[in-house]
Design a protein around this ligand. Sequence first.
Ligand SMILES: Nc1nc2c(ncn2[C@@H]2O[C@H](COP(=O)(O)OP(=O)(O)O)[C@@H](O)[C@H]2O)c(=O)[nH]1
Ligand SMILES: Nc1nc2c(ncn2[C@@H]2O[C@H](COP(=O)(O)OP(=O)(O)O)[C@@H](O)[C@H]2O)c(=O)[nH]1
Lengths: 271, 271
Amino acid sequence: FQFNVMVVGRSGLGKSTLVNTLFSSNLTRSNGRHSAAEAIEKTTEIKVSSHVLMENNVKLNINVIDTPGFGDQINNEKCWEPLVKYIKEQHSQYLRKELTAQRERFIVDTRVHCILYFISPHIKDLNELDVVCLKKLSEIANVVPVIAKSDSLTLDERSELKKNLQNSFSKYNFNIYPYDNDELYDDERQLNEDIKSLIPFAIVGSEKEIVINGESVRGRKTRWGAINVEDVSQCEFVFLRDFLTRTHLQDLIETTSLVHYESFRSKQLIA
Amino acid sequence: FQFNVMVVGRSGLGKSTLVNTLFSSNLTRSNGRHSAAEAIEKTTEIKVSSHVLMENNVKLNINVIDTPGFGDQINNEKCWEPLVKYIKEQHSQYLRKELTAQRERFIVDTRVHCILYFISPHIKDLNELDVVCLKKLSEIANVVPVIAKSDSLTLDERSELKKNLQNSFSKYNFNIYPYDNDELYDDERQLNEDIKSLIPFAIVGSEKEIVINGESVRGRKTRWGAINVEDVSQCEFVFLRDFLTRTHLQDLIETTSLVHYESFRSKQLIA
Ligand SMILES: Nc1nc2c(ncn2[C@@H]2O[C@H](COP(=O)(O)OP(=O)(O)O)[C@@H](O)[C@H]2O)c(=O)[nH]1
Ligand SMILES: Nc1nc2c(ncn2[C@@H]2O[C@H](COP(=O)(O)OP(=O)(O)O)[C@@H](O)[C@H]2O)c(=O)[nH]1
């Protein structure tokens, strides 16, 4: 398997931590964030790091596409353009290889299979930048929005935020993965319905182990409490992990090829 | 006493909640945040709400100057200008009244005595917008920076962030209140030194009461812990409250008059 996941969100929302927690290993060191002085005149960069993971004896090649600088400037106009450009370039490269006279027996797939879009837990509803980016990105790739650092919310605040976000997703008509699909079996359709009611997943990430009730678990410990990242009554990290790396891994890759790539390809071939 | 405090920071950092917690009463309902659609073409607004508070039988008139829209747009260039304009206008109005032939026996003081600047707990260091704003604001008013929603940080993360922020404050040479002052007595000087080592205060705000160990306290309760806003081993809310409303209330008002207003006035009178 080749799985390419792009992480998008302002600096500090726990993106590198979550990626490491998801793949249970230090895949990506948190990219040294630019200091304010260096950040002047910068825009969103694209940084790809490649990793190999063994999951149940299956070798998984993972490309993590980081987007440092996104949303971090004073002026964030068009900070999404480098992302859109990168996504389309991968489709374009794939198409070129498909069309070459001697088609390679195996084309390396660098297309973005999933965009993890990090939403701040502080907002009451999507802000301007989120609306524009979710619109543009969900048109060309599978977008999976998550509520970052959801341990800063009480469970009531979390369900209120989720409700507002879900209403906005439908109000703005974003095409949020997983997509409706007539070809699903009933149990697959049911799983998708359950997942849709949870999205955006309220996640917490941690690279540290802490002790809760004598057990060593991945979590965050403060003087006033301790959160276990893998406890589904505390956060939805486990649901996201199973969704991305087990139940929907294959579908994310196939949907990218059969829906997003197809749409790109047909536009190119008509033109 | 007339005390005018401006709160500055992106939406969702808990500004209205903190103001209510500080003054132990629902002074300001959280201003309905604009939805993303309405926010287009907007800039920072200035909203003043007036309140009367009784503290130890002393009547305190408080103006809370809210700044909705600050830092919330896709393009935040010059989002600080309405703030700077407002601060200077109050000096200008005060000067006009001082200079009028029939000087009123008592001039209503609308000058900004204190700016509570909210820093996100997610950043590793000041971002571009913070650097520009802290520079411009600390030149014309008493700026008291705080780390918002510090319950999202472990105590280690908090001390690391504080260290980075304090280093940045001195690297960029911001004039952070309280200022050095040769006229202080030794115990006052010591208090200022202690406070300077704490700033920016790591705060948590709450309008709710929760029960911890059978006691009803102001705090936040989640499934994995409960934080007591007034417990100094958990957050620095009490230090901020005593600083603003007890130990330094008078000095904030006097420094505004003797330092910032004086500086404005002398520039005007030379010109
Ligand atoms: N409260 C909280 N802090 C987190 C969480 N995940 C990561 N952090 C902390 O947030 C800081 C920034 O995390 P990082 O992964 O570098 O963020 P990035 O800039 O988005 O890559 C680090 O101090 C992390 O320990 C979380 O789920 N909750
Ligand atoms: N985790 C955490 N949440 C807070 C804190 N203070 C306020 N909140 C919550 O953050 C949300 C926004 O608060 P609000 O005061 O309206 O923010 P404002 O937009 O800056 O005025 C509300 O749901 C508050 O309950 C805090 O110290 N910690």
